[in-house]
Design a protein around this ligand. Structure first.
Ligand code: C2E
Ligand code: CA
Ligand code: CA
Ligand code: CA
Length: 274
């Protein structure tokens, strides 16, 4: 209510003002980040649940703002609000395809790229995707697109149309952060998705209520011919439990943290099951 904010304590308004100023500073910096080559991608392995063999690598964006590291949790939402995400997202997609094309150590591995709903809904997105596939010469089946569950709260028919276009190109689609939004389970039947990513919050709680949610997700996903990926796996115990529940793929610090592309090329999986 307006009256409350007008009479809000001074400390609160100062704090808010500082927050807004900080956001503006980040946004200004971000505008030059591409040009100044401050953005780079790290890749985190996703392994098979049974033998812990690398199958895919998720591209995660990093920003070194003149020596200060700012996390994507901070700058991606700002980039989305400002529309800058379109330019940044285009750079990410292109870089990821280029890098993956040259992964000679695991030449069949897939690269999984996070795509914001704003980027997905942009009319130029499909053309951009085609250009990336063409210029990188990456086979389309080696590219996955991750869209968060909240994406489907937007203009649903447009989202479906875009996902259908992606699928026609044989690029696979994952639903990210599954179970954290609402409406999830029933929506799965209408969406052209291939993978469901079980959110870290459920893996964290696997010894408590998380287990029931993971089992329910696993059941529905199987019925609908989707494979499952559990994220945020931090221990062998969790990995074992998830595998025993039938989860197909695992990702998390237990296996590896996100790595720079150069480190990825020399990375040897230390904890393969075989
Ligand atoms: P996300 O897509 O859910 O990515 C997973 C996040 O969990 C990553 O954080 C990853 O580093 C972290 N993570 C992975 N395994 C573990 C684990 O075992 N334990 C813990 N504690 N964390 C783990 P990160 O890299 O900070 O990214 C945060 C979010 O920023 C991502 O969440 C994604 O939503 C967004 N993001 C990152 N890169 C991009 C991008 O290129 N485009 C878009 N649109 N969003 C991005
Ligand atoms: Ca993701
Ligand atoms: Ca996720
Ligand atoms: Ca998550």
């Amino acid at each position: 209510q307006k009256s409350t904010s007008l009479s809000a304590p001074r400390m609160f308004t100062t704090h808010l003002k500082e927050k807004i100023e900080a956001s503006q500073k980040i946004l200004e910096g971000l505008q030059h980040a591409i040009q100044y080559k401050q953005l780079y991608l790290c890749y985190q392995p996703i392994v098979s649940a049974d033998e812990h063999v690398p199958w895919a690598f998720e591209a995660l964006l990093r920003w070194d703002f003149n020596g200060t590291f700012i996390g994507p949790d901070v700058f991606i939402p700002l980039a989305e609000k400002s529309g800058l995400i379109k330019e940044i997202g285009a750079w990410v997609l292109n870089r990821a395809c280029m890098d993956a094309k040259h992964w000679q150590h695991c030449a069949d591995a897939t690269v999984s790229v996070n795509v914001s709903v704003i980027q997905l809904m942009d009319d130029g997105f499909i053309r951009q995707l085609d250009n990336c596939l063409q210029s990188s010469a990456l086979p389309p089946h080696r590219l996955h697109i991750e869209v968060t569950e909240s994406t489907f709260a937007e203009n649903e028919s447009k989202v479906l149309f875009q996902l259908e276009q992606i699928r026609q190109r044989h690029v696979k689609i994952s639903i990210d952060d599954f179970g954290t939004g609402y409406s999830s389970l029933s929506q799965l039947q209408t969406l052209p998705v291939n993978y469901v990513k079980i959110d870290k919050t459920f893996v964290d709680n696997i010894n408590d209520k998380g287990e029931a949610i993971i089992r329910a997700t696993q059941f529905i996903a199987q019925e609908l011919n989707c494979k499952t990926i559990a994220e945020g796996v931090e221990s062998l115990d969790q990995a074992k439990m998830l595998a025993s529940m039938g989860v197909d793929y695992l990702q998390g610090y237990y296996f590896a943290k996100p790595m720079k592309n150069d480190d990825l090329i020399i990375w040897q999986n230390p904890i393969s099951n075989s």
